[in-house]
Design a protein around this ligand. Sequence first.
Ligand SMILES: [Ca+2]
Ligand SMILES: [Ca+2]
Length: 136
Amino acid sequence: MCVHIYSNGFYKIIVSCLSPTIVGLINGALRMVDTMSIQFGGRLEFYYNNEWGTVCDDGWSATDAAVACRQMGFIGVSHSDSSLFGPGMSSQTIWLDDLVCHGSESQLVDCSHAAIGMEDCTHSEDVGIVCTNGEV
Ligand SMILES: [Ca+2]
Ligand SMILES: [Ca+2]
């Protein structure tokens, strides 16, 4: 049997002996947008319920940022702050708030957080992040 299923932070990928198959975006995926030409950086977005939403800075820490970077395939975080890459669109959902990661989580959604979509934030609090690339 030669089948391997994994998530790279964006897609669930099924690798079989024949060919890799991307089956689609999964809830909990992360990406960075509005990078302002900064490599490996951008406003953090979280995919849930067919929508890319943002992440609020309440309780946000370097540990949380490192978990997010590793989920996206980077080795760690360079820096992270509110509105580092500007606010998300006003129509956009703020999916995650009050995150507390311990650092060993493989996905941001595995950290402690308010119920998805429950938040008391504005888009000026949207987390921006710059990850560190390199060999693991
Ligand atoms: Ca805040
Ligand atoms: Ca909050």
